[in-house]
Design a protein around this ligand. Structure first.
Ligand code: GTQ
Length: 347
């Protein structure tokens, strides 16, 4: 039963002062704010970044700041509803657009937050993870999980840009975020070898059956193959089936990182994606296509490489405006963390 709860002001001043002196706070005046009825109170608001707005500023950063002075030349997509200084797109998701020019290297380091790279443009970039050189082509997903050494480089021509997504806000908020710098990694001679070892879902090394599961066996998910899988799926699906594939650990079939989850969504020409509300916060990054979205009543128009922040519990509709072309979205969410902690829900 719902009661009007007592306020702080109703309490005698001497009582309040004594509580304060003893580092005590009464719960009841704040109870509804900690546990609002029905839906959480959210500071996070829907937000859109258009790549055509960000790109010129990122290129300018390339002229203004040499890589040695940046280590990572990144413009953070900071949602203004969440306090710019805390570098968050959603309560748990950090996003940045990173530029690397030909011949530059972003030095080796490892850190407690987990990161992914999702390639936005350019050819010839690579990320080295624990000695394994992973090429980066547009739309590829590259994992650099917590604690693994990683460095970036670029041996091609023209700029290379990718979207960084990190669970940094969560790790930082529990005061566990830190980084270690290292010497350049010794490069093993098995570039991109996890691609070969985990060539196809449903197959894994035989020896893996007799050892504990590998936490991060596959570090690159090529867009060429993800797109082909979505198109194959479209060919077999009914017209109302949602074309949505999760990126998973091939040994467990579960999410590939512990806190953030990644998936790819295809929208047929004219299709509107209107899923149930989810307790996870999300990011939608456009791989190809253009359209409209309504996120909690906020209307926005998206195009190639746009990035949209979606609050927890949000009402969302995303429409592919083209009558002829498919649209493809990369989705980041914090559902893996919420599932592990037991409060993931859809409504
Ligand atoms: O490329 O390792 O956007 O360490 C933020 C922190 C990228 C990276 C970011 C990082 C990196």
């Amino acid at each position: 039963m719902s009661h009007q709860l007592g306020t702080l002001e109703e309490l005698p001043l001497d009582y309040r002062n004594t509580l304060t002196d003893l580092n005590l706070v009464p719960l009841w005046p704040a109870l509804r704010s900690f546990l609002p009825y029905g839906r959480p109170t959210r500071a996070c608001e829907p937000m859109l970044w258009r790549y055509e707005d960000v790109r010129p500023l990122l290129m300018r950063a390339g002229d203004l700041t040499p890589i040695e002075k940046a280590e990572r030349r990144v413009l953070i997509l900071a949602n203004p509803s969440l306090d710019l200084a805390t570098a968050r797109a959603t309560p748990t998701i950090y996003l940045g657009l990173q530029l690397i020019n030909p011949g530059e290297t972003a030095p080796n380091h490892r850190h407690s937050p987990s990161a992914i790279r999702f390639v936005v443009e350019g050819e010839g970039g690579f990320t080295m993870v624990e000695g394994e050189r992973l090429p980066m082509e547009k739309g590829d997903l590259i994992l650099t999980p917590s604690g693994l050494w990683h460095e970036h480089g670029h041996t091609g021509s023209g700029p290379v840009v990718w979207l960084d997504a990190l669970d940094l806000p969560l790790v930082y908020s529990v005061e566990a975020s830190y980084c270690i710098e290292g010497e350049d990694q010794p490069r093993n001679n098995r570039a991109d070898s996890s691609q070969a070892t985990y060539r196809r879902s449903g197959l894994q090394p035989y020896a893996a059956l007799d050892r504990p599961v590998d936490t991060y066996p596959l570090r690159r998910y090529p867009w060429r193959e993800v797109k082909a899988a979505l198109m194959d799926m479209a060919g077999h699906a009914g017209p109302h089936d949602v074309l949505h594939l999760a990126y998973v650990n091939p040994e467990t079939g579960r999410e590939c990182l512990p806190i953030l989850g990644f998936s790819a969504l295809a929208l047929r020409p004219g299709e509107t994606y209107a899923p149930k509300r989810r307790s996870a916060s999300q990011v939608l990054h456009v791989i190809e296509g253009e359209g409209d979205a309504v996120i909690d009543g906020i209307e926005m128009r998206w195009g190639e490489s746009s990035t949209i922040a979606v609050p927890t519990h949000a009402e969302i509709q995303v429409r592919n405006n083209s009558s002829t072309k498919m649209a493809f979205l990369f989705v980041v969410d914090d559902a893996p963390m919420q599932r592990k902690l037991g409060f993931y829900e859809e409504f």
